[in-house]
Design a protein around this ligand. Structure first.
Ligand code: AMP
Length: 193
């Protein structure tokens, strides 16, 4: 059963309002469905909007952030729980360990790297978390096309294109998470990383 959802999203505040509304809506949906948000603890950009909207609706929000970012005062100070890590790698591992499912909203290199890493870990059988990509405004069309090309050219096994679900609207995230096929039994082999 899904209780905690890890969300990857942009730290940029300069993005189109449609993306801001998407992050806000996802925060509301998680809180209204009693799902805890786990995210990178940022106070700005889509990260900040997402956390603020979940908190405003009474949701639980856990942020995981490396110490060097706290030294730069990038953390959100109003979270239910703030977990500090020594490195970026520990942060991403901790977020994955806490989560029962993963959602990627639009974002930059950080978000795309987090998404690719969690997909890679799933391919390696390190976890079986449901992964949903929110392709609002077709933001991830090119990345998804790249994934298909990788499979077409046999860099990726075609069956591995089934490791995530894509939704075009944030309203469909929960349904997609709940319908996502678990490839393996619920394994968590994070200790091996
Ligand atoms: P991006 O998609 O490139 O905006 O990166 C989002 C990810 O970058 C987050 O999960 C963090 O790892 C990191 N990040 C970048 N800037 C910040 C910030 N101001 N506060 C917190 N995390 C940040």
């Amino acid at each position: 059963m899904i209780k905690k959802v890890c969300v990857y999203c942009a730290s940029s505040s300069k993005v189109n309002f449609q993306y801001v509304k998407t992050a806000e809506k996802l925060g509301e949906i998680l809180a209204e469905n009693n799902l805890e948000l786990v995210y990178g603890a940022g106070s700005v950009g889509l990260m900040g909007v997402l956390a603020d909207s979940a908190l405003k609706k009474g949701g639980r929000v856990t942020g995981v952030i490396p110490r060097f970012m706290v030294e730069m005062e990038w953390q959100h100070d109003g979270l239910t729980e703030l977990i500090l890590t020594e490195t970026m790698h520990e942060r991403k591992l901790e977020m994955a360990k806490l989560a029962d499912a993963v959602v990627a909203l639009p974002g930059g290199f950080g978000t795309m790297e987090e998404l690719l890493e969690i997909i890679t870990w799933k391919q390696l059988g390190i976890h079986s978390l449901p992964i949903v990509i929110v392709n609002v405004n077709g933001y991830y069309n090119h990345l998804l096309a790249q994934f298909s090309q990788a499979a077409d050219e046999l860099f990726v096994r075609p069956k591995h294109l089934d490791m995530w679900r894509v939704v075009n609207d944030v309203d469909n995230v929960l349904e997609a998470l709940n319908n996502e096929k678990i490839i393996h039994e619920d394994i968590r082999r994070f200790a091996k990383i």
